[in-house]
Design a protein around this ligand. Structure first.
Ligand code: 4AD
Ligand code: MG
Length: 445
């Protein structure tokens, strides 16, 4: 057990003397009073030092020394603080600590991120320090809760977590966005998706999910793309796509509900509209077909400024934003043209031009958060697709085996964690949704 109390827990210690392991985020003062903004990673709150009280407790000389130390603390000095927890109605946090003792643990000189405004490039260069700020702390707390609730949801539903490899020989999501590396003389790639391994897992264990980093050499600079992002990929045997959509909807609702229940302080710090988030938990998601989405976009294009779109085209960000905003809730767009989707998707039973799949588009302009499909089960069909997509039969022979030995209907999907973090936190850019983002022009820190 730590001797330190976490700031987030001080409400359990009102009237008690406690010790915190903290850092100084900011300070101010006047006359006999010194105020510290303290943080310890769980929350921020105020520490108050009153000179006469310190003199009385420690004697004239020592008391004055402590007060002077407090008054001259610099930003991000680490401090061990002892004091009495009090309710404080004036602050949003509701509590403060009346400091009775303070010891400097580590000094901090010229901390680069000051309370004034800084440009994003500067903040990103200092990402290792920027993570200490209140907004970044709140985002990471939401991210953590989304991960925690993900494990809870899939464990409750009887899934087992299956770890897919990061180094692979396959390129299931297209061959243009690959990070290649040398694997003892043969080329290998950083995984774009754990899906193919999840499929092997589903046929071995019924219901599985993978969760790990995935990589795409995205050469475009957008607010939605990282080159390294974390994906949750459930895969279910004996499951058709409509059942998969039900699971997806229940899962997304569950994780948002848990963020609302467990991240109140973080959502307030982020000034996120909690009533709006509640509507996503309570109202049914919308399900429309790709055909209907194209029709809607064409019908409304005169009044809007997205580009004209034809059947067969993939949606751009403005199209997705328009569709999701038309319903003000998450929207599944189902059954895309075969030509713009991956090789492994199940062909439609009565139409030759579309596949059984859906993307889930988040409202408020956050774009696609899930891509999923029913998987092709027929050996000959899939073999032909592998060849058509220019993939190596040798490389995919193990994957084709899954259709040779007891093939079954199965479906799965992939949820991009950082897309969901960005949406739930109401942030503008995906780069703040991951501790150390990797993008086209950033690999440091
Ligand atoms: O739609 P995608 O490419 O689907 C797959 O990879 C499937 N194998 C998933 C499956 O069925 N098991 O990617 C899935 C999700 C997207 O909806 C998006 O949320 C996220 O991953 N994503 C990205 N997030 C951040 N940066 C990128 N460059 C992303 N590319 C995809
Ligand atoms: Mg997709």
């Amino acid at each position: 057990m730590s001797k330190y109390v976490s700031i987030i827990d001080v409400k359990k210690h009102v009237g008690e003397t406690v010790t915190l392991g903290a850092w100084v985020a900011n300070k101010s003062g006047k006359g006999k009073l010194a105020f510290l903004q303290l943080r310890d990673g769980t929350a921020f709150f105020q520490g108050v030092a009153f000179r006469p009280e310190l003199l009385e407790l420690h004697g004239e000389e020592k008391g004055l020394e402590i007060f002077e130390t407090i008054k001259h603390l610099s930003q991000e000095t680490s401090v061990e603080v002892t004091g009495v927890i009090k309710e404080d109605d004036r602050s949003k946090f509701g509590y403060e600590i009346g400091i009775t003792k303070l010891t400097v643990v580590g000094e901090s000189t010229d901390y680069p991120i000051t309370p004034k405004e800084h440009g994003t490039d500067f903040l990103m260069d200092n990402r290792h320090l920027w993570l200490r700020s209140s907004k970044q702390q709140a985002i990471m707390q939401v991210r953590n809760e989304l991960i925690r609730a993900t494990y809870e949801f899939f464990n409750n539903e009887g899934f087992i977590k299956l770890d897919a490899p990061i180094l692979t020989g396959s390129a299931p999501e297209g061959t243009t966005e690959l990070f290649e590396t040398d694997y003892f003389g043969t080329p290998a790639y950083l995984s774009q998706t754990g899906q193919l391994y999840a499929e092997a897992g589903a046929l071995a264990f019924g219901k599985v999910f993978t969760f790990g980093p995935t990589f795409r050499a995205e050469k475009s600079k957008t607010r939605r793309h990282l080159t390294e992002f974390w994906m949750i990929e459930p895969e279910m045997a004996y499951t058709h796509h409509e059942e998969s959509l039900d699971i997806q909807e229940a899962y997304v609702k569950f994780i948002i509900k848990n963020v609302l229940e467990n991240c109140d302080y973080a959502l307030d710090t982020l000034e996120r509209d909690k009533e709006l988030l509640k509507t996503y938990v309570n109202d049914p998601f919308v399900r429309i077909t790709y055909d209907d989405a194209i029709e809607l976009l064409q019908e409304k294009e005169a009044e809007n400024d997205y580009d004209h779109i034809e059947w067969g085209d993939d949606f751009g960000a403005p199209h997705e934003t328009f569709i999701a905003n038309s319903f003000a809730k998450p929207v599944f767009i189902m059954n895309y043209p075969k030509a713009i989707k991956a090789f492994y998707m199940k062909p439609h039973p009565t139409r030759d031009d579309v596949v059984i799949c859906a993307d889930l588009i988040a409202p408020e302009g956050y774009g696609e958060i899930i891509g999923g499909s029913e998987r092709a089960t027929d050996y000959d069909y899939l073999k032909q697709k592998v060849e058509e997509f220019g993939l190596s039969l040798d490389e995919y022979s193990w994957y084709l085996d899954l259709r040779k030995y007891g093939t079954v209907p199965h479906s799965g999907f992939g949820l991009g964690l950082e897309r969901v973090v960005t949406w739930v936190t109401g942030n503008q850019h995906i780069r703040e949704a991951i501790p150390f983002p990797r993008m086209l022009s950033r690999i440091k820190p």
